[in-house]
Design a protein around this ligand. Structure first.
Ligand code: LMR
Length: 329
């Protein structure tokens, strides 16, 4: 049936939405892999609430956290198949479909959240968003988590040689695999829901993640050492199934974009706060020895990892790299 929209001050929303059946309302299923008390978990909840409120219940956003519906990788297929309409995977994971997104995995590429965001809105970032669209994924926004830290079971990771022969859990990204190879380490791709289990069973000894994700998966209970290295950035691409997006009424698209702008801004501050709080949790638990990477050590890591920039250029071209703030002429 036809849904009527009326304008009321600046807003538009359908008439008599309460009379609408499930079939007549718009339902957006939003699947993600982290817990509720995380930057992504909190932002997706807020997004759902605001969209429902501003469309007067005409659009319902159902959020499924914690890999409840789909794990990493699976959620990308589910989006493309239309089984869910919205996801917010880490850029690294999207690189299984658009490998150029590995640019975000380059070690020490960004000194702040803002720099990562600047890259996303640079001309190179725009090309990367278009590439998503060509694959059927409509880019809506970019959400923050924060900087990744290294954790390990048996010893502290300070000098590059400390990585030798240690096996790390990684997200699916060739560049991350090569990062650990350059350090003489091994890596194993595991989905986020498996991180705790593979560490606990000793299938891998180490991993890299943000304070928020470490606490979310209780990683600190199965790791004894953490190095605060801030070596890589973890951010999310908020994307929708492109056909689904195109079929949405213009008014609904506008409301979604407005809400996302608001949530994204709110989320950036929140992500910083959550990561600070979780860092404190990790300090207070007295369960891991925490080492702050020194400037000298950072230089050694950078030197060891620098070849990744050339690898990236050889594979995908320099045009994506040159918009990384510190490499801009
Ligand atoms: C991970 O798999 O470590 C993260 O990408 C999880 C997430 O979505 O933050």
């Amino acid at each position: 049936s036809t849904i009527l929209f009326v304008s009321c001050s600046a807003k538009t929303y359908p008439v008599d939405h309460e009379q609408l059946s499930e079939d007549e309302r718009i339902v957006i299923r939003f699947s993600h892999v982290v817990g509720e008390d995380t930057p992504k978990g909190l932002a997706s909840r807020r997004f759902a609430e605001l969209v429902e409120e501003r469309t007067d219940g005409y659009v319902e956003v159902q959020v499924f956290p914690n890999s409840f519906l789909y794990k990493d990788g699976e959620e990308l297929d589910a989006l493309l198949d239309g089984d869910v309409q919205m996801i917010a995977p880490a850029t690294s994971k999207v690189s299984s479909i658009v490998p150029e997104w590995q640019v975000m995995d380059l070690p020490f590429a960004f000194d702040s959240e803002l720099e990562a965001k600047e890259y996303i809105s640079s001309p190179a970032g725009e090309v990367l968003k278009k590439k998503l669209e060509q694959k059927g994924m409509y880019y809506l926004s970019y959400w923050d988590n924060g900087f990744k830290q290294m954790t390990n079971k048996h010893h502290s990771l300070q000098d590059p040689k400390d990585f030798k022969d240690v096996t790390f859990r990684i997200m699916e990204s060739e560049l991350l695999e090569e990062q650990f190879k350059l350090l003489g380490a091994n890596s194993q791709v595991e989905t986020f829901d498996q991180v705790f289990s593979v560490l606990e069973k000793g299938h891998v000894q180490a991993q890299e993640n943000t304070f928020s994700n470490i606490v979310n998966k209780n990683i600190h209970s199965v790791q004894d050492y953490m190095t605060v290295s801030n070596h890589g950035y973890l951010g999310y691409l908020v994307i929708m199934n492109a056909d689904f997006w195109e079929d949405l009424p213009d008014e609904v698209q506008m409301i979604i974009l407005d809400v996302l702008e608001e949530v994204t801004e709110w989320q950036a501050e929140l992500a910083k706060q959550v990561n600070q709080d979780k860092y404190k949790t990790l300090v207070d638990c007295n369960c891991m020895k925490i080492h702050q990477l020194s400037e000298t050590e950072k230089k050694q890591w950078e030197e060891a990892l620098n070849p990744l920039y050339d690898t990236y250029i050889e594979r995908f071209g320099a045009e994506y790299i040159e918009y990384i703030p510190k490499l801009k002429q």
